[in-house]
Design a protein around this ligand. Structure first.
Ligand code: 5AD
Ligand code: SF4
Length: 442
């Protein structure tokens, strides 16, 4: 089956895309291709793309021009585009700019071997049809760029929430859940290979639902099953939608030591007017109620979020509502973006992208500065506490130090011990920055 062809995959965007690249690597290595980490050794280059914000698309375009330049030395080089940008940009990138030989959308990866054969016969290949049931459930991903300790497991695909700013429902299609038995099997397999932390991935994991022979498995049911694989396997998940995060889920997390005490709950804005225009289906008050539920049911749980600055019609008051909500929650961490209009979204079709760039920039700056303060304040509270840290590897700054994470997903750096990557150590926190805890093993 071996065909001596080297494939190289470059991934942009979210964790889901990293997980998809691992599925692509698995499909192709099972079909005789060899995976390389060196682009200059590649016979085939795949770029797994993200459409979520415009700057992500711009970066991909620049990279494709660089890859095209490699064809001068390697005329047979095949360049393929995967993922969220596939359907939308295929004509421009393939026909007009001659950058691509192959385009495959997020549900077409099983066809890559045939698509590559088609390219081998001198024809370009395109497959961007979205599916209603593809979950790649039976495919064991090849772990790329792995630390051997933590891995992603994709549990569902697509999204049907139609937040008005978001391109995902159009690029990734209908929501579908993956067979729970294959998720549990993949977790067990990873544990046996030495992994100690998995992150279950979906656009809205709270709506996970799988019909087993005799019952429906909900997301809390799935978490219980995965947690039972081994108490030493830590479980995280992303992303939760505030409208769907139930007390049942929170109680499940509180009950199981190895379900991590960290919840990522994207708020997007603190203003009810913005939340309405964003089609988020909850109010500021609903969101605050859910935060209180988290604080009551899982004491000590870390909370992180996503925020968009400068959405359509956003006033100074709307922006202040976001800042005040951030302070009220006291987020431990946040991913912060300025609004970027995406084609084929509700907002692009019905709302005006009417906040000037410099205003968006200014508001984003204020949000980032505030989060910096909140992260530092949150970390300062950790001084003197002792945490169970899963060691991930050597610290980047010093060979004599390790780094790892606590259940709350905070990174800690501490002096090396006999216990190495994949093992748990107890660390007392002695100092902090806004990004890291510093500590000593006890
Ligand atoms: N502009 C800016 N940010 C966006 N996000 C999604 N779509 C857009 C957009 N058009 C952000 C949201 C989401 C995160 C993954 O990306 O905050 O939660
Ligand atoms: Fe986009 Fe909203 Fe779906 Fe998240 S939940 S992927 S923001 S549409």
């Amino acid at each position: 089956m071996k065909n001596n062809k080297n494939i190289y995959i470059e991934t942009y965007g979210c964790q889901m895309n990293i997980s998809d690249s691992e599925i692509v690597a698995s499909i192709l290595t099972n079909n005789g291709y060899h995976y390389t980490e060196d682009v200059l050794l590649a016979d085939i280059i795949f770029v797994n793309t993200c459409s979520i914000r415009e700057n992500a698309e711009d970066r991909v375009r620049k990279r494709l021009h660089y890859f095209k330049s490699l064809r001068k030395k390697n005329p047979g080089l095949v360049i393929g585009l995967l993922g969220c940008m596939a359907d939308r940009t295929k004509t421009a990138l393939m026909e007009e700019e001659q950058l691509l030989d192959l385009v495959a959308g997020p549900d077409s990866y099983r066809h890559l071997p045939q698509l590559l054969e088609q390219v081998g016969t001198g024809r370009r290949a395109i497959d961007t049809i979205l599916s209603v049931d593809e979950t790649y459930a039976d495919i064991t991903p090849v772990r790329l760029d792995s630390n051997g300790v933590s891995a992603f497991i994709s549990i569902m695909r697509g999204c049907e929430n139609y937040c008005s700013y978001c391109v995902v429902p159009s690029t990734r299609g209908q929501e579908r859940s993956r067979d729970a038995t294959t998720i549990v099997r993949e977790t067990r397999d990873l544990f046996e290979k030495g992994y100690r932390e998995i992150t279950l991935l979906g656009q809205n994991v709270n709506s996970y639902s799988w019909k087993d022979a005799d019952r429906i498995i909900s997301f809390p049911d799935l978490l219980e099953q995965v947690a039972a694989v081994n108490p030493l396997m830590r479980i995280r998940f992303a992303t939760s939608h505030p409208k769907d995060i139930s007390n049942d889920l929170l109680q499940t997390i509180a009950r199981n030591h190895n379900l991590c005490k960290a919840i990522h709950l994207p708020v997007q804005s603190g203003s009810n007017h913005m939340l309405d225009l964003m089609n988020r289906k909850y109010t500021r008050e609903d969101y605050m109620e859910r935060i209180e539920a988290i604080r009551n049911i899982i004491p000590g749980c870390a909370i992180s979020t996503d925020i968009i600055a400068g959405f359509c019609d956003e006033t100074v008051e709307d922006h202040r509502d976001t800042l005040s909500l951030m302070e009220w929650v006291g987020y431990d961490a946040a991913y912060m973006f300025k609004y970027s209009e995406r084609p084929q979204t509700l907002a692009a079709d019905t709302l005006a992208d009417n906040i000037p760039e410099e205003v968006k920039d200014g508001r984003l700056r204020e949000i980032i500065d505030l989060q910096q303060e909140l992260s530092l304040a949150s970390n300062k509270k950790e001084i003197g506490k002792t945490y169970e840290i899963l060691v991930e590897g050597k610290s980047k700054r010093s060979d004599s130090q390790y780094f790892g994470r606590n259940s709350q997903n905070k990174v800690a750096v501490f002096t090396k011990t006999l216990s190495g990557p994949g093992e748990y150590v107890m660390v007392r926190i002695t100092g902090v920055t806004s990004a890291t805890l510093l500590g000593e093993v006890v």
